[in-house]
Design a protein around this ligand. Structure first.
Ligand SMILES: Nc1nc2c([nH]c(=O)n2[C@@H]2O[C@H](COP(=O)(O)OP(=O)(O)OP(=O)(O)O)[C@@H](O)[C@H]2O)c(=O)[nH]1
Ligand SMILES: [Mg+2]
Length: 319
């Protein structure tokens, strides 16, 4: 087999109403028999990834998909082949999954897997599944510290599960104090907090405050060759494919891409629009991409239909 040939594969993450996802065991006789995987298989000549997904899910599980959105694209080199996996999130299908190829099935929860081993390429996929549909960006710079903290409590009580603390107006001392306060409030609600800023300055605050990770600007990310150590979660803000390539290079867990709609924070720059967003994401990134800029929770479906993971919100969360 040639090392240069890339095998294109479509795989479906069936997600049920309880948020569980389906894994299947690879049947005997295939490479990695017994490993757990997302149902799917190789694209046939002339097929799009979506068409291959639909065909494979009929063949392997006997289900007809009615709602599937492109999610992330992961390239992985196995001893037997290099595969490019086009993952879709499948939220609608007809029929119940039946093992047509002698596989076993297991409905799994994020962070609580009870089957193993899974295919080596799928580790990052499981991390991506742990990211919420919406994340929030802080607004103490607009609302004032006390007012924002007050609204933060309200949002935390209403299921806010991930927050980027971006307050560039604060010096390091004040930022550190706000970070400590924010983390202590968020932790009680199980909300992840990522600190925003340069690796050298803000990086040490992550461990000091017990925050969950670091979020870098595109410029800060571009200065790095590798993923910095010591951060459970790492995010990057991006505006185009070049910056997404940087986020990919440093192994970020997610990227923000924007701005999608016109926004008060960047009145001078033209928005990407959903078309521009979709065209940029369509390149196929190995990390989940959130749409950002003038959006709210009602835009999640549009973001997913455009190949995004979900929506990053600023103003809408704190209104
Ligand atoms: N279906 C699937 N394949 C995956 C996943 N992760 C991953 O690395 N792969 C790799 O993608 C490649 C193709 O998958 P496949 O064996 O399901 O292909 P297929 O259904 O067309 O099988 P066939 O060739 O027997 O007809 C394999 O090398 C497999 O190891 C995954 O989550 N799901
Ligand atoms: Mg298969």
């Amino acid at each position: 087999m040639s090392d240069h040939k890339i095998v294109e594969v479509a795989a479906g993450i069936l997600i049920d109403r309880e948020g569980r996802f389906l894994l299947g065991s690879r049947p005997a006789g295939k490479p990695y028999a017994g490993y757990w995987e997302f149902p799917g298989g190789k694209l046939e000549a002339g097929e799009t990834a979506h068409q291959a997904l639909a065909r494979e899910l009929v063949e392997e599980l006997g289900v007809t998909i009615t709602a599937a959105t492109p999610w992330i694209v992961q390239t992985f080199t196995y001893p037997h082949a290099t595969v490019r996996l086009h993952f879709f999130r499948v939220t609608g299908w007809l029929g119940d999954p039946h093992p047509h190829e002698g596989q076993q099935f297991a409905w799994q929860r994020v962070g609580a897997l009870n089957v193993s081993p899974i295919l080596p390429a799928n580790g990052p996929i499981l991390r991506g599944l742990a990211l919420p549909d919406t994340l929030a960006i802080s607004a103490a710079h607009r609302l004032g510290r006390e007012n924002w903290l007050h609204r933060l409590d309200h949002a935390l009580a209403h299921d806010l599960s991930m927050l980027v603390l971006r307050e560039p107006q604060l010096d390091l001392e004040h930022y550190g104090a706000l970070a400590a306060e924010t983390v202590s409030r968020a932790r009680r609600h199980g909300c992840r907090v990522l600190l925003h800023g340069a690796l050298e300055q803000v990086g040490p605050l992550v461990a000091a405050t017990g925050a969950n990770g670091l979020h870098l600007s595109a410029r800060e990310a571009a200065a790095l060759r590798h993923r910095p150590h010591g951060f459970d979660w790492l995010g990057v803000s991006t505006h185009n494919a070049t910056e997404l390539t940087v986020a990919q290079r440093i192994g970020a867990d997610y990227a923000l891409l924007g701005h999608v709609a016109p926004t008060a924070s960047h009145p001078d720059q033209p928005p990407l629009g959903w078309e521009g967003f979709a065209a940029t994401v369509d390149h196929g990134w190995p990390l989940p991409v959130y749409a950002l800029g003038g959006l709210d929770a009602h835009d999640v479906a549009q973001a997913k239909a455009s190949g995004g993971h979900g929506v990053a919100m600023l103003s809408a969360v704190w209104a």
